[in-house]
Design a protein around this ligand. Structure first.
Ligand code: ZN
Length: 347
């Protein structure tokens, strides 16, 4: 009798443990060995939605089937410098100093996902790689010092760009000569500790091919890749958001997503790699601009995403997936991981 009771209790206990494990398997963070964050610069949420509906983005559709797609909204400037900085740091511009393409500084040392991962795992235990289509607004150039006179002259003639450079930089006088010292670009500090930072590749085919190469190179190591495709934004500026060219660029991004997934499968890494696809800003409906384009998305193979969010929520999501304790990050992140409900007080 007693034995039967014990046996029953044992079965119940094991059942409870098993179901807890099941719950854990579905809801709790799946720790990732590797993450690839893919950027489709300037991909408007609604346009992506329409392409998905028409079956034009089969690889994105497959990713979403495995994981999720959620809306990402933007409250700050809808441009490239502001966008990727927020996505790759988890901070508002007040903490990074990167407000827009024109108003920026190097992101303070240590604030990017790349640097946090290098610090957390140790430089030999993770490869941090950025392969970037754009040159101008996703870059790492150091501060520069140039003769001020020609720029001051252009500014006096009313040239906006020269006026902006003067506002942004500072004048120093050496031996009676005036120089303009201009700030370094956003990834100036990050680049110094990253394994790979290449930008200005322009074409999707070049970005994609380089990505496959780098996956080969770092296959035996833990890695975080940021892969930035620029053609959607470029075609949007040239032909407009509703053009065939804009749509074809989204399809090109999708094709490369498929090739990256294929490569991961060939290398036996797909099971240990999470993929996120997002955009820095959308596009003004039917226009060649994105001055008020706050609607983007996050598509991912990560099953644990439970809510929509903001641009700054993406970095904490990635850091948490790599096992970092977000509460220990200083200054505190402005974003919150998309793996948990977030209900801030109303007041
Ligand atoms: Zn643009």
């Amino acid at each position: 009798m007693r034995r039967a009771v014990l046996w029953t209790l044992g079965v119940l206990l094991m059942g409870a443990m098993w179901s807890t494990a099941q719950v854990r398997r579905t809801n709790a963070p799946q720790p990732a060995r590797n993450i690839i964050l893919i950027g489709w610069d300037g991909a408007q949420r609604e346009h992506v939605r329409e392409c998905l509906k028409r079956g034009e983005l089969p690889n994105l559709a497959r990713l979403i089937q495995e994981g999720k797609i959620v809306a990402i909204d933007i409250l700050r400037t809808t441009d490239t410098k502001a966008g990727w900085t927020q996505i790759l740091t988890g901070y508002e511009p007040e903490k990074t100093g990167v407000f827009s393409n024109r108003r920026y500084q190097p992101i303070p040392k240590g604030y990017t996902v790349f640097e946090r991962l290098e610090q957390h795992f140790g430089p030999d235990n993770i490869a941090t790689v950025a392969i970037i289509g754009k040159k101008g607004n996703v870059d790492a150039d150091p501060p520069t010092k140039v003769l001020a006179a020609p720029i001051e002259q252009r500014a006096r003639q009313g040239r906006a760009q020269a006026q902006q450079r003067l506002r942004q930089g500072r004048i120093v006088v050496e031996n009676g000569v005036r120089y303009l010292v201009e700030p370094g670009k956003p990834y100036y500090h990050a680049r110094q500790i990253m394994d790979v930072f290449v930008n200005g590749l322009m074409r999707d085919d070049v970005v994609g091919a380089r990505t496959l190469e780098m996956l080969e190179r770092y296959r035996n190591q833990r890695f975080f890749f940021f892969v930035h495709f620029a053609e959607v934004d470029h075609q949007g500026h040239q032909y407009g958001e509703n053009s065939k060219e804009y749509k074809d660029a989204l399809i090109s991004g999708d094709r490369w997503l498929g090739r990256i997934v294929q490569k991961l499968k060939e290398l036996n890494l797909y099971d240990r790699t999470l993929i996120y696809v997002t955009a820095d800003h959308g596009f003004d409906e039917g226009m060649k601009t994105h001055s008020d384009a706050p609607y983007v998305f996050l598509a991912t193979s990560d099953k644990g995403i439970v809510r929509r969010g903001m641009r700054e929520d993406i970095a904490p999501t990635i850091l948490e997936r790599f096992g970092l304790d977000l509460r220990r990050i200083r200054p505190p992140l402005d974003g919150h991981p998309l793996t948990r409900p977030y209900n801030p007080p109303l007041w």
